[in-house]
Design a protein around this ligand. Structure first.
Ligand SMILES: O=C[C@H](O)COP(=O)(O)O
Length: 243
């Protein structure tokens, strides 16, 4: 049985105070959330400690948005797995397209970050996906196959989540058709040694499309950006309705 994981990626949004305010409104809306749905909040580094401390007993896991591959060193602006663990972090996003586009992440550094996360007992969420021009050129499968094959060298497939995030659908409101996302994710699953890995869809997931996306047989959850910033909207997403 594959685990359903619904993660909010807050990107560079929310101070500690805003994080606590979010929780005050969000936690009360989880009373009817079906068992078996793992809820993760991937907050900025500065809010991780406050988030962990405020969650005691709540069924939410804390996630980070980046990890360096070494335990310590002269790497200004980076953070290690042990530092994240100390803050109560359980998940970490690796290889998000924004990290690849703006901060120079490559399949090789993504691979190192995945290995480091697992070594520290964190569950990495590996993001893969194609640009609009790659999709239009019919290169989606080839692009994702390379990202998966290079990214997963020496990575334990029993301790991993994958997120399929078509880059053209991120923050655009332009969601991938549910059937298309299902097909790409089915293709990703065929590349894996462990076919039971949780594979999420990400890219303009919102309350109005989450039910259709989650009804697809290959999709095991969502990685949600903008719509995870408001408690009501993210609560509706984690409480998605099954058909
Ligand atoms: O990590 C989340 C993705 O980048 C999706 O962001 P979005 O839901 O705002 O499109």
């Amino acid at each position: 049985m594959r685990k359903i994981v619904i993660a909010g990626n807050w990107k560079m949004y929310k101070t500690q105070g805003e994080t606590l305010d979010f929780l005050r409104h969000f936690l009360g809306q989880l009373a009817d959330t079906p068992d078996g749905r793992e809820i993760v909040l991937c907050a900025p580094f500065t809010a991780l400690g406050a988030l962990s401390k405020s969650l005691h007993g709540a069924r939410i896991r804390v996630g980070a948005q980046n990890i360096h591959w070494l335990p310590e060193g002269a790497f200004t602006g980076e953070i290690s797995g042990d530092m994240l663990r100390e803050l109560g972090v359980r998940y970490v996003i690796v290889g998000h397209s924004e990290r690849r586009q703006y901060f120079g992440d490559t399949d090789e550094t993504v691979n190192l970050r995945l290995q480091a996360a697992q070594k520290c007992g964190l569950i990495p969420i590996l993001c893969v996906g194609e640009t609009k021009s790659q999709r239009d050129a019919g290169e989606t499968e080839a692009v994702i196959t390379t990202q998966i094959e290079k990214g997963l060298v020496d990575v334990d497939q029993n301790n991993l989540v994958i997120a399929y995030e078509p880059i053209w659908a991120i923050g655009t409101g332009d969601t991938c058709e549910a059937a298309d996302a299902n097909q790409v994710i089915g293709g990703i699953r065929k590349l894996l040694k462990n076919p039971n890995i949780t594979i999420q869809y990400g890219g303009s997931v919102k309350p109005s499309n989450v039910d259709e996306l989650m009804a697809q047989p290959e999709i095991d959850g969502a990685l949600v950006g903008g719509a995870s910033l408001e408690p009501e909207s993210f609560a509706r997403i984690v409480n998605f309705q099954c058909p």
